[in-house]
Structures are given as structure tokens and as C-alpha cells.
Write a protein that binds this ligand. Structure first.
Ligand code: IPE
Ligand code: IPE
Ligand code: MG
Length: 253
């Protein structure tokens, strides 16, 4: 639908002007999908799509930061993505490391904090170490949180939270009567993040694929047919403009 549409600098500026800077989403989440199909369309290996997708990550982080978005959550690797061929999984892990090596200095200089959601202990050691280095270096940064889903699944996050909660009940640290939505939230990877205001999924799929299941209860969704490697600044602007036209009622009137 929007794929391949050329938006020149002029239109980009026009679009940007339509954004109400006083009503920005605080937290934007993106399911970065369509790398494989982008590559297939060009008779390229799937890894070429992932590589192009990584370039979009670099750009979108910068755009979000310039817009003063406080939290950006990116789905990079799901608990189900291990089902893919070994070579593709390894390629994705190597790209993750490459991304950190290219971008970490700039991210840190721009006061961005990197954090992850998902069980990173299961990542191959070379990738886990690099991720831990990024988390550690940026842990005191305050401008924006870049929250990356790595070996992340919404259901496994909830189960993990319940297990930790039960353990705290057993240890007498919390009593069952005291468990409510706010106290349960502390057991999720996103304990220190507000829920996403806007969830973006490119690639034409109309599903959430196990992403932030607990957190998206009242999130606004923005779907698009374009593949993630074609996702540019203007698409983020379009999503935000659409979001600002919505009437969020949270169950009220
Ligand atoms: C998203 O692109 C990247 C990851 C899931 C890691 P895909 O690789 O899922 O691309 P499609 O959906 O096959 O086009
Ligand atoms: C979701 O995309 C996971 C990531 C973007 C990391 P998938 O390509 O894995 O999702 P499905 O298989 O289309 O649901
Ligand atoms: Mg996909």
C-alpha cells in the first residue's frame, strides 16, 4: 500500500509539522517484521534483509530520540525464532553484535539507556557478552530507553513473573491479598517502563506474535504493508499522526 512511495524532503517536513509535539506517545513499540520477504522480492538471501533491517534500526532510534520519545521497544528475536535454520539464527546474533559495535558509542553519547526483555542467558556467549556490555555502559543514561526484545515472548514473560511472584509469596515477602495489577507489573521485564502507547507492525501481518501481551491491553495499533527494511522516518511520522487522531478511552466514555 505505502511501500515504495517516494516521500521527498518537502513532504517529510510537512508530515513532521503535523505532529503535535505536546501529545507524543511516551512509549512506542515496534515488531520489526518482513526482512525475509523484502530479501526474497529481490532474490537475495534472508540475511541480506536482516542486514538492511539493521540499518533501519539505526535510523529509527535516531528519529525517535530526536522526537524526544521516552521509551522505544523493539522486537528483535522471539522465543519462537529459534525454530529457524541454524544459519539464520547465527546470522541474526552476529548482526546484533555488529549493531552494538557500530552504534554503542553514539547511543551512549546521546544519553540513551539500552535494556532488554527476554532471557538473554540463552543467547550464544559472544552475543550475550556484547549485550551485557551495552547494558552496563548505558545503565545510568536518562534521555531515552531503548528496550530490545531478545529471546523474548509475552507468554514466557508472564509465566516467569508468576514463578518469581510465587517464590516471593513462599518466602513471605508479599502476601497473596497484596497481589494486584501494579504489584504484578514489577515481576515483568518492563517493570520500570510505562505500557506502550503505540504498537507498530509493518510487513502486512495483522497479529501480535507473542509481543508484550500483558503490556498492550490499551495500546493503539498501527499496521502497515511495508516491509521493515523499507520502514523510514516518514512511516514513523505517519504512525504518530494516526495515533494522535485516535480517541483513547481506556474503557471510559
Ligand atoms: C523479522 O523479519 C526479523 C525477525 C523475526 C528476526 P522476518 O525474518 O520475520 O521476515 P519475514 O516475516 O520472513 O518476511
Ligand atoms: C515477530 O516476527 C518476531 C520479531 C519481529 C522478532 P515473526 O516473523 O517471528 O512472527 P510470525 O511468525 O510472522 O508470527
Ligand atoms: Mg516475520
Amino acid at each position: 500500500m505505502m511501500g515504495g512511495v517516494f516521500v521527498g524532503n518537502c513532504n517529510l517536513l510537512e508530515l513532521r509539522k503535523k505532529i503535535d509535539m505536546d501529545r507524543l506517545p511516551r512509549h512506542i513499540a515496534i515488531i520489526m517484521d518482513g526482512n525475509g520477504r523484502w530479501a526474497k522480492k529481490r532474490f537475495l538471501p534472508r540475511t541480506a534483509g536482516h542486514r538492511e533491517g539493521m540499518k533501519r534500526v539505526i535510523e529509527i532510534v535516531e528519529v525517535a530520540e530526536k522526537l524526544n520519545i521516552e521509551y522505544l521497544s523493539l522486537f528483535a528475536f522471539s522465543t519462537e525464532n529459534w525454530k529457524r535454520p541454524k544459519e539464520e539464527v547465527e546470522g541474526l546474533m552476529k548482526l546484533l553484535v555488529e549493531y552494538i559495535r557500530i552504534e554503542l558509542d553514539r547511543i551512549h553519547k546521546n544519553n540513551i539507556k539500552i535494556q532488554t526483555m527476554g532471557d538473554i542467558s540463552r543467547l550464544p556467549e559472544f552475543a550475550r557478552k556484547e549485550v551485557e556490555r551495552a547494558i552496563d555502559l548505558t545503565k545510568d543514561n536518562t534521555k531515552m530507553v531503548l528496550n530490545i526484545g531478545l529471546n523474548y515472548g509475552g507468554r514466557s514473560e508472564i509465566i516467569r513473573g508468576i514463578k518469581n511472584l510465587l517464590e516471593d509469596v513462599r518466602m513471605g515477602k508479599i502476601d497473596i491479598e497484596g497481589v494486584d495489577e501494579d504489584s504484578f507489573k514489577r515481576y515483568l521485564y518492563t517493570s520500570d517502563l510505562p505500557d506502550p502507547d503505540l504498537l507498530i507492525r509493518p510487513s502486512g501481518e495483522l497479529r501480535v506474535s507473542n509481543f508484550m501481551l500483558y503490556q498492550i491491553a490499551y495500546t493503539e495499533f498501527w499496521f502497515s504493508d511495508i516491509y521493515w527494511p523499507d520502514f523510514k522516518e516518514e512511516h514513523l511520522y505517519m504512525a504518530i499522526i494516526d495515533y494522535q487522531r485516535r480517541n483513547r478511552r481506556f474503557g471510559g466514555i
